[in-house]
Write a protein that binds this ligand. Structure first.
Ligand code: SF4
Ligand code: SF4
Length: 276
C-alpha cells in the first residue's frame, strides 16, 4: 500500500475538525456546569440546541405555520441552518466533512479500524446492499421532519447519537440514544462514517446539494493515469476515478481526493467552478 505523503490540505481539515470538536464539547460541558451555577465566566450558557443547524431545519414547519419554535430550539439554529445550506450550495456538504463532531469522532474510530483491517476496511458490505442502504437516510429525514411537525417536540433527540455524544454524562440521554451512539462508534471500526452513509438525516438533506453545487469536484481525464487511488481513498466509497464530475449525493466535500497525498498527478482532481 502506498504510504501517504503529508498534505497541507488534509492537515488543515484535521485542525478544523479538532477545533470544532473541542468548541462543541466545551459548550456542552459549560452548559451542564451553568445549570449547577458553576458555568465558565466568559462563556455564554447556550445549550447545544442553540448551535445545532439541524434544529433549525426541523423547526421550519412550525415556524412557518405558527410563528413559534419547536421546544428548546432557538433563532440561532435557523440562522446557522441557513448559513450551512448556503455553504453547501456553493461547496457541497462542507459541514459534514469539516465541522460535524460526530463525523470527526467516526473518523477517529475509523483510523483504528484501518489499522486492524487494513485494505478490507470500509469494504465489508456487499456493493448491492450498500447501494440500497445509502438511501435509508432519506427515510430517516422524512420521519424526523414529519414526527417533529406533528409532535412539536425534538422527537429525534431520543435516537440522536450527536446528542448522546455530548450529553452522556447528564442523565438526560435516552437508552436508545446511547445504543445508537454505541452502534455508530463500533460500526466505524469496520465502515467509514456509517452514521453519515446510512442514517444521518442532516447529511441526507445537505447531500442533495451535490447534484447542483456551484464548486464541483472534477477529474481531468487528460492527466489521469487511472491508478484508482482517489476511489480507494474516498471515505464515502465514491468511484472518483470513473467520473468526470462528482455529483454523488454522498460526497461530504472532505477534499481528500483533491489532495496531492492521494492523487499522484498534481491538479488532476480539483475543486472548481468551471471546466478547468
Ligand atoms: S468524492 Fe472526494 S470530496 Fe467527496 S467524499 Fe469522496 S474524497 Fe471526499
Ligand atoms: S488518483 Fe488521480 S491519477 Fe489516480 S485515478 Fe484518481 S484522478 Fe486518476
Amino acid at each position: 500500500m502506498q504510504k501517504k505523503k503529508t498534505s497541507k490540505k488534509l492537515w488543515i481539515r484535521s485542525a478544523v475538525q479538532i477545533f470544532f470538536f473541542g468548541l462543541i464539547a466545551l459548550i456542552a460541558v459549560n452548559h451542564s456546569l451553568a445549570e449547577e451555577g458553576r458555568g465558565i465566566a466568559f462563556l455564554s450558557s447556550a445549550s447545544l440546541h442553540a448551535i445545532c443547524p439541524f434544529g433549525g431545519v426541523v423547526t421550519l414547519y412550525q415556524l412557518v405555520t405558527t410563528g413559534t419554535f419547536v421546544q428548546k430550539i432557538h433563532e440561532s439554529s435557523v440562522v446557522l441552518a441557513g448559513l450551512v445550506l448556503l455553504l453547501a450550495i456553493l461547496f457541497g456538504p462542507v459541514f459534514c466533512g469539516w465541522v460535524c463532531p460526530l463525523g470527526t469522532v467516526q473518523e477517529w474510530f475509523g483510523k483504528l479500524g484501518k489499522k486492524i483491517f487494513r485494505k478490507r476496511y470500509n469494504h465489508f458490505i456487499p456493493q448491492k446492499i450498500d447501494r440500497v442502504l445509502r438511501y435509508l437516510r432519506y427515510l430517516v429525514l422524512g420521519w424526523v421532519i414529519y414526527m417533529t411537525a406533528i409532535s412539536g417536540t425534538l422527537i429525534f433527540s431520543n435516537l440522536d447519537p450527536y446528542y448522546a455524544l455530548f450529553h452522556f454524562w447528564t442523565g438526560e440521554v435516552a437508552v436508545t440514544g446511547m445504543i445508537v451512539l454505541g452502534v455508530t462508534l463500533l460500526g466505524s471500526l469496520v465502515v467509514e462514517r456509517p452514521w453519515c452513509k446510512y442514517a444521518c438525516p442532516y447529511g441526507a438533506l445537505l447531500g442533495v446539494t451535490n447534484l447542483f453545487r456551484v464548486f464541483k469536484i472534477r477529474r481531468k481525464e487528460s492527466s489521469c493515469i487511472s491508478c484508482n487511488l482517489c476511489s480507494e481513498d474516498c471515505p464515502m466509497n465514491i468511484q472518483v476515478s470513473q467520473k468526470k464530475v462528482v455529483r454523488d449525493h454522498q460526497c461530504i466535500s472532505c477534499l481528500e481526493c483533491t489532495s496531492e497525498a492521494v492523487c499522484p498527478v498534481a491538479d488532476t482532481v480539483v475543486l472548481s467552478i468551471g471546466e478547468k
